[in-house]
Ligand binder design. Structure first.
Ligand SMILES: CC(C)(COP(=O)(O)OP(=O)(O)OC[C@H]1O[C@@H](n2cnc3c(N)ncnc32)[C@H](O)[C@@H]1OP(=O)(O)O)[C@@H](O)C(=O)NCCC(=O)NCCS
Length: 173
């Protein structure tokens, strides 16, 4: 039986993060120096894709609780939502794929994993929010149906219900 090439798991002490290189130094440095502190302080959780054959980190992303004011969303989106001042969400703060693994669908797989974790979490969240680091990242998220928050150059949102369809996740039982 063939083994899955990657597994996604929470970042832990045993993971070797010094060789991670996604091409954006700020994202490499975050993984090396900041991620563990953020986890310890409950500021963000960090999940890593591990290449099964080598045990190396191939990609990572972070998740944090977030809230989005209703007034930030486009009108047509608000019409589908209950009339609360703010909508609960989950922020994908960072997403990075090591250069050796880019362009193989791993970034998309990490977004799918983040969506699945959001759906399965005990705390409800109905919106995914991402802060894209650059214009290429904006294009990447738009490719997966994220939409820019009006007036914001690089913050995008995607309703969890839409993400479930985009990433072909099963419906809740
Ligand atoms: C952006 C990044 C996460 C994408 O990950 P990836 O594994 O290379 O992307 P994938 O292979 O999953 O691409 C999935 C789809 O998005 C498209 N895509 C990938 N990068 C894209 C880009 N920059 N612009 C537009 N579309 C893009 C791919 O063509 C692919 O489309 P397809 O499904 O039709 O084939 C990765 O390139 C990366 O880590 N870059 C450096 C760090 C960075 O900028 N991170 C974003 C921070 S918010």
């Amino acid at each position: 039986m063939s083994q899955a090439p990657f597994r996604v798991e929470p970042l832990g002490d045993a993971h070797e993060r010094g060789r991670f290189d996604c091409g954006e130094e700020v994202l490499d440095r975050y993984l090396r120096t900041q991620a563990t502190q953020d986890i310890r302080r409950h500021v963000a959780n960090c999940f890593v894709a591990i290449e099964a054959a080598t045990g190396q980190i191939a990609a990572y992303y972070t998740l944090s609780a977030a809230s989005i004011p209703m007034t930030d969303l486009p009108l047509e989106e608000c019409r589908r939502l209950p009339r609360y001042p703010a909508i609960p969400g989950v922020r994908i703060g960072r997403l990075a794929v090591d250069r050796r693994f880019q362009g193989r669908g791993l970034g998309a797989a990490m977004l799918a994993d983040a969506t699945a974790r959001t759906i399965e979490a005990d705390i409800a969240a109905c919106m995914l929010i991402v802060d894209a680091k650059n214009d290429a990242a904006v294009a990447f998220y738009q490719r997966h149906e994220f939409r820019l928050i009006p007036g914001s150059p690089r913050t995008l949102f995607l309703p969890v219900a839409s993400a479930r369809k985009v990433f072909h996740l099963k419906h809740e039982t």
